[in-house]
Design a protein around this ligand. Structure first.
Ligand code: ADP
Ligand code: ZN
Ligand code: ZN
Length: 726
């Protein structure tokens, strides 16, 4: 028999499939060891065949193979799909599918010997009357049918086991040892679904479709997901549910464990390699029927899927932004299709593209417009920071926010203060009228580049001279840059010296448990304030939080990205959703230099629909997604000259494609990346915007350039609709 094998060679550009032979049958999907050159390497069988076009005498034999396949048949198709869609090497996809411990052989499967009787009619009188252990062992197995050898040896002595074995009374079988699942503690909460929840659960459970579940924060979406999953289990189907890693809080883990017990596998970053492997294996062998996890859980080797749920579907973490680059939602669609499963995308602030798809009928829209118990949404106070400045307050905090904070802390409640870190880039804003300087061609804010003292557009590379006056009002009071969490904490202490203040950002949550510990401590400290970045925006349910302060809302809007408004709207909604989740009403203080901006107007009224209309219109006029697809070719390497030459060659070839298909290109240009160097690698990019209809055709032509234009000196990736163009 011949087999086609993908070999696992580190840092290799090889994406070839090699023929090997084997005298014993080895199923597709099995991990093998094969000779490769003068080395032995790991590989995976992706197909078998009776014949080969190659010289048989030169085809080498497999050295060894695992007892069972590690790649399920559906995933073999997924490998094909992903390599075509994202131009990925097969081995890079396989590395997503097979847990790391299994790949490098570090984690070995543990086996246990199970013992049972061959003959249940044996006359125990045939044992010598002194052979008490043997009689007891026999009777024990008669009662218990099967038991672990290790236990029998301990209970009845090795000698007794040996005696029965010699009488041919015992049979042995090997079984994998599966560790107990991690203990998450338990909680119990009796919940009766509302009418809305009930009817949505019915719809999703009974009609296979792609759904967009648009439900405000606190509308009870999680409860809907759990009930849909429950229904699938009753139909003997399985389920995958994805949430952003940040939302996999102990609370969420406990909830799922409480509801589904050992039928659920929880995949999160707090697991050791061994624990991860064990969860993976429980899924693989069918013990776990529900998978809950972050992005990578979409690759769980689960069969017979009834539903795939993606919560917070707008979250950018669902896009993998380093190799291998892929969109989790697209992969989920593929798997749903293959399994005949429903797909549920849930959000309080759907991605503009997703909502557009619901409008044109690609998704079925389901709505949950009210909070549970009709709890009111928090009320917004929009504070015009220019007004504050004119009144002589130049601090980070408005007088309103300080007053509310004092009140909140005095009443034993809690507050969260949110800082937008996406605004770390240096943007230019007028402190007098709030105007932020935008590109004439792209309608995105310009970014200040200190090294050549220029303003640049990160989308089209247009350059502008630095301004000394605001183009709108003429003021010279222009502001550059953003505020950090530490600064906010310091300032806060001046106003509220006695309040306990917690801080949470990327810098102090590097260690595995830091994140949980801070949240835990905060939740146990009344009259305290939590200051944080986007991390504090999601998923947390703190009943004492009645106040949310958004210190510098505008920084998100200044971010040089066509999604800037969308991201800001999403964040404001998410952050405000943290207030008033318990029995006390919530309040949000939003500080801005441009209170009239439509993003804020819509956000403070929870008016997603109007925001969407406005935003979609802009995208249509400026020709951005969902009306086009953005393709970015990212080229990097140690030697700038070589990177540049490669970029030029590549660009030339794209231009040839454009010449043949002029109507397909809305935009095409090559330039340095906004972040010019990362880890000493120089970065260039070719940006294009392609019409939806021609997208697949152009994409494949672009991928072909990658296949033709190989270089040892540069890395070259193609990104589709990148979430981040840095
Ligand atoms: P979402 O995910 O839409 O933000 P959650 O599912 O977290 O909302 O629900 C918000 C709160 O309401 C949670 O504390 C949840 O336990 C509770 N909840 C959900 N459904 C019900 C219900 N039918 N009756 C009572 N409480 C509910
Ligand atoms: Zn101005
Ligand atoms: Zn531009």
């Amino acid at each position: 028999m011949f087999v086609e094998i993908v070999v696992d060679i580190q840092n290799s550009e090889v994406d070839k499939v090699f023929d090997y032979q084997t005298s014993t049958f080895v199923p597709v999907g099995t991990r093998v060891l094969v000779p490769f050159g003068n080395r032995k390497v790991e590989g995976y069988i992706i197909s078998t065949k009776d014949q080969t076009s190659q010289d048989i005498s030169k085809i080498k034999a497999i050295i060894s193979f695992d007892k069972e396949p590690v790649i399920i048949p559906e995933h073999l198709e997924l490998i094909d799909y992903m390599s075509k869609t994202y131009n990925l090497k097969k081995i890079d996809i396989i590395r997503l599918l097979v847990p790391v411990g299994l790949r490098n052989g570090k984690i070995k499967q543990r086996y246990e010997t199970l013992v049972s009787l061959t003959n249940t009619n044996f006359d125990v009188k045939k044992f010598r009357s002194t052979a008490k252990n043997q009689i007891e062992l026999y009777n024990y197995l008669l009662n218990n049918k099967i038991e672990k050898l290790s236990i029998l040896n301990k209970k009845f002595t090795q000698n007794a086991v040996k005696k029965l074995k010699n009488l041919n009374l015992l049979q042995f079988q090997e079984e994998k040892v599966i560790s107990k699942t991690k203990d998450y503690g338990t909680i119990s909460k009796k919940i009766t679904l509302t009418q809305t929840q009930k009817s949505i659960v019915e719809t999703i459970s009974n009609q296979k479709n792609k759904y967009l579940l648009f439900g405000v924060t606190g509308s009870g979406k999680t409860e809907v997901y759990m009930n849909v999953i429950q229904n699938m289990l009753e139909k003997n189907k399985t389920a995958i549910m994805l949430v952003p890693e940040i939302s996999l809080t102990p609370q969420v883990l406990k909830n799922f464990k409480a509801k589904f017990g050992d039928e659920v596998a929880l995949l999160h970053s707090g697991l050791s390699q061994r624990e991860r492997f064990d969860e993976w294996y429980r899924i693989y062998n069918g013990q776990a029927k529900v998978v809950v996890g972050a992005r990578s859980a979409i690759f769980a080797p689960i069969k017979n899927i009834g539903v795939i749920i993606i919560d917070e579907e707008h979250d950018s973490s669902y896009y993998s932004e380093s190799n291998p680059r892929y969109s989790t939602i697209e992969v989920a669609k593929f798997r749903a299709e293959k399994n005949g499963a429903s797909l549920v995308l849930g959000s309080a602030t759907p991605d503009v593209e997703s909502f557009y798809k619901a409008q044109i009928g690609e998704y079925k829209l389901l709505e949950m417009p009210e909070r549970i118990n009709k709890a009111p949404m928090p009320k917004f106070d929009v504070v015009d920071m220019l007004g504050e400045l004119r009144n002589g307050n130049s601090s980070i905090f408005s007088r309103k926010l300080i007053a509310e904070l004092c009140d909140c802390v005095k009443n034993g409640k809690q507050a969260m203060i949110y800082i937008n870190r996406r605004g770390y880039q240096t943007n230019v804003m007028c402190r007098n009228c709030g105007y932020s300087v935008k590109c004439e061609h792209c309608d995105v804010p310009l970014v200040y580049h200190k090294e050549d003292n220029m303003l640049k557009c990160h989308y089209c590379d247009a350059r502008y001279h630095v301004l000394s006056n605001c183009p709108k009002c003429g003021s010279t009071d222009l502001r550059y840059g953003a505020i950090g969490t530490q600064k906010v904490v310091e300032e806060l202490k001046k106003f509220l010296p006695h309040a306990k203040v917690f801080r949470m950002d990327n810098d102090n949550t590097r260690s595995k448990d830091a994140h949980y510990n801070i949240l835990n401590e905060f939740s146990n400290t009344p009259s305290s304030i939590l200051v944080g970045t986007q991390m504090i925006a999601k998923g947390h349910d703190f009943p004492l939080v009645t106040l949310v302060g958004i210190v510098d809302a505008d920084m998100g809007l200044h971010f040089a990205d066509f999604r800037a408004s969308e991201r800001t709207f999403q964040l404001i909604t998410q952050v405000s959703g943290r207030a008033g989740r318990g029995e006390y009403e919530g309040k949000v203080v939003l500080q801005t230099y441009m209170p009239k901006n439509y993003t804020y107007k819509c956000a403070v009224n929870y008016d997603y629909q109007n925001f969407f209309k406005h935003e979609l219109n802009i995208r249509k006029v400026t020709k951005f997604p969902p009306f086009v697809k953005i393709l970015r070719v990212l080229i990097s390497g140690d030697d700038e000259q070589k990177v540049l030459e490669y970029t030029k060659d590549y660009f030339q070839q794209v231009k040839n494609i454009q010449r043949e298909n002029p109507q397909s290109f809305v935009y095409l240009n090559a330039m340095k990346c906004p972040v010019k160097k990362i880890q000493n690698k120089f970065r260039y990019q070719i940006l294009m915007r392609i019409t939806q209809n021609d997208y697949t055709k152009v994409r494949d032509l672009i991928y072909n350039i990658n296949k033709r234009l190989k270089s040892k000196d540069v890395l070259c990736f193609v990104e589709v609709n990148s979430q981040n163009l840095s």
